[in-house]
Design a protein around this ligand. Structure first.
Ligand code: FMN
Length: 274
């Protein structure tokens, strides 16, 4: 089978999912690549219009971060806007070196529900959203070694497609995870805050927030109920004015650093034998 075009669909507040999918695209080496970046608030316009984005051909890679062992809820919501016609999909979850638990299986179910045929999947490691200099959990990952693995994964998929005549030769792989999935975490009305003295009002935080929870008036205001604690604002603030100081999150970061700082490696799941 010859793949003529590639679609990358992802939700990626701190960009690690995007980096992994882009490296996979390098390995797949397909001429036409389209990005559907679902990270910003305007990417839910189809849902609001009660419409679907149709995918009728080519290969699609769908990527999402793992939040509490599940697909990040905002990612799931945005992925539901797609409607495919049995077209093949590769599923990728990004996790912060703890565990990905039920996320890959959930992403597979979301893809099937949307009409895709999953043919492969992978769990990759990205810098944890709560990582900082004190608790550098999976700091700077995906690194060069990870990105090489992503590219190899892409090349492996391309090679398999070239060997088969139809999608029927590519069974849906078994993905790890449980049914029912791990219970979703109730949101706790927590958000990063802005240190007034350091803030230059550049609005970097406003521009990266996936849920439009941050606005600049006479100072930076955050709607805590809308915050998904992705920490995109913290990581993008050029003056270090946006900080996470909530004791609950800081305790989690410390716990993660104490228990999950040993490097994990990416895992891939194929419906065929290598
Ligand atoms: C609310 C929340 C929950 C998270 N839960 C997990 C988890 O269960 N396991 C894990 O290893 N990482 C977890 N992470 C870390 C993210 O999966 C990781 O940082 C990922 O690389 C973020 O993807 P992005 O850069 O594309 O936004 C969590 C992050 C957030 C914000």
């Amino acid at each position: 089978m010859n793949i003529k075009n590639l679609r990358l669909i992802y939700f990626s507040p701190t960009q690690t999912t995007k980096k992994v999918l882009s490296a996979m695209a390098d390995g797949l080496n397909i001429e036409t690549v389209m990005h559907f970046d679902l990270t910003l608030p305007d990417s839910i316009r189809y849902e609001e219009a009660g419409d679907k984005i149709r995918i009728d051909e080519g290969l699609t890679v769908i990527g999402a971060p793992v939040y509490a062992g599940r697909v990040a809820p905002e990612a799931a919501r945005r992925i539901r806007q797609f409607k495919a016609r049995g077209t093949p999909a590769v599923l990728v979850v990004l996790y912060g070196n703890r565990e990905f638990e039920d996320a890959l299986r959930e992403l597979k179910d979301l893809a099937v529900e949307a009409g895709f045929k999953p043919v492969a999947g992978g769990a990759f490691i990205g810098e944890h959203s709560y990582a900082d200099t004190k608790f550098p959990i999976a700091r700077r990952r995906p690194d060069q070694k990870d990105l090489e693995k992503c590219s190899e994964f892409g090349a492996l998929i391309k090679e398999k497609f070239q060997q088969v005549d139809s999608l029927d030769s590519l069974p849906i792989p078994e993905f790890p995870g449980n049914y029912p999935y791990r219970e979703a975490h109730a949101s706790k009305e927590i958000s990063p805050e802005t240190l007034e003295k350091r803030c230059t009002r550049c609005e970097a935080c406003v521009s990266v927030c996936p849920t439009a929870a941050i606005v600049l008036e006479d100072k930076v205001l955050t709607e805590t109920g809308a915050c998904i604690v992705c920490c995109a604002c913290v990581k993008s603030c050029p003056s270090g004015a946006r900080v996470m100081r909530d004791p609950h999150i800081l305790a989690i970061a410390e716990w993660l650093w104490e228990n999950y700082s040993k490097r994990k490696e990416p895992e891939i799941f194929l419906g065929w034998r290598r």
